[in-house]
Design a protein around this ligand. Structure first.
Ligand SMILES: O=P(O)(O)OC[C@H]1O[C@](O)(COP(=O)(O)O)[C@@H](O)[C@@H]1O
Ligand SMILES: [Mg+2]
Ligand SMILES: [Mg+2]
Length: 320
């Protein structure tokens, strides 16, 4: 079985990007150790701070953000980073090939209940010259790598450098990620959906009609029964989609008129869309491919519908 280093070499990933991916992977191993120790490491619970999104930060949000920030600053080839937990982009070097966007801990509400959490990252090319927030505002098509690490029963890395999506499992004996699934391929059809049903009354009518039809099962217009899953961590839901297909959506809603979307484009939607597209699936807002969105701000939020191609296409029909 191939190690991460061997798998990157086989895909002819340039040295500089390999070094960055290794930095992210090594840091995620330290994060997985903190997550595993939980209360023993004193990492559970909340802080008194809110992030720029107005969410109360959990201790682990802050700890993982600091770990990634420190490691990326030391990597030597990162110009700047943007994180869910940082108000502004952080410039870490005068030179370097890459900009890195990340969600240091996805699924924060799962931390204290010992449930699934992960880290999501997106790597963009750094432009020549001075770097500012504007430099980050590249569409998801510009990503040179994207991935997540899922801190589950096993710690797993999902990675794409634009040549397919691969899954690696952390071997806790050697402390190395080992390739356990090459060429991930999402089944085009599915009978499983993931949505937070408690928001049903706040959705737009296309999503209301689509989900209504799924719920009618065999006797409804779809003529088959659908099952539902909701992990409350996008990493967990997208991981299931990569493993066995499905459709995952966090659609537009009017629960809070100032915040019609939940998921963040630069460090949640874009990297997940690239992983999904590279595995043969689709990712849309309902009206546009996620990877084609021209970003306007680093903390911009978007509606997300992703997964099995035929099912996403069916959902998009309701939006026409
Ligand atoms: O509270 P809800 O509606 O279940 O939202 C769950 C969604 O929120 C998120 O946890 C947001 O991510 P953070 O935990 O990084 O803020 C997604 O991962 C997940 O899909
Ligand atoms: Mg998140
Ligand atoms: Mg987060």
């Amino acid at each position: 079985m191939q190690t991460l280093a061997q798998a990157l070499a086989e895909k002819a990933v340039p040295d500089s990007l390999t070094h960055l991916i290794n930095t992210l992977a090594t840091t995620s191993i330290s994060i997985s150790q903190a997550v595993r120790r939980g209360a023993l490491a004193g990492v559970l619970g909340t802080t008194d701070h809110e992030n720029v999104q107005g969410e109360t930060q959990k201790k682990l949000d802050v700890i993982t953000n600091d770990m990634l920030k420190e490691a990326l600053a030391a990597a030597g080839n990162v110009r700047a980073l943007a994180s869910e937990e940082e108000d502004e982009p952080v410039i870490v070097s005068d030179s370097g090939d890459f900009l890195v966007c990340f969600d240091p801990l996805d699924g924060s509400s799962n931390i204290d209940i010992n449930s699934l959490v992960g880290t999501i990252f997106s790597v963009l090319p750094a432009p020549a010259g001075a770097v500012s927030e504007q430099s980050f505002l590249q569409s998801g098509r510009h990503q040179v790598a994207a991935g997540y690490v899922l801190y589950g029963a096993a710690t797993m890395l999902a990675l794409t450098t634009g040549k397919g999506t691969q899954l690696f499992t952390l071997d806790t004996d050697s402390n190395e990620f080992v390739l356990t699934q090459d060429k991930v391929s999402i089944a085009a059809d599915t009978a499983e959906f993931a949505i937070n049903m408690s928001n049903q009354r706040f959705w737009e009518s296309p999503m209301q009609r689509y989900i209504d039809d799924l719920l009618q099962g065999k006797n409804g217009p779809r003529g088959k029964s659908f099952n539902m899953r909701w992990i409350a961590a996008m990493v967990g839901d997208v991981h299931r989609v990569l493993c066995r297909g499905g459709i995952f959506t966090y659609p537009t809603d009017c629960k809070n008129p100032d915040k019609p979307y939940k998921l963040r484009l630069m460090y949640e939607a874009n990297p997940m869309a690239m992983l999904v597209e590279q595995a043969g699936g689709s990712a849309s807002t309902g009206y546009q491919n996620i990877l084609d969105i021209a970003p306007e701000a680093i903390h911009q939020r978007v509606a997300v519908i992703l997964g099995s191609t035929n099912e996403v296409a069916t959902c998009l029909q309701y939006h026409k």
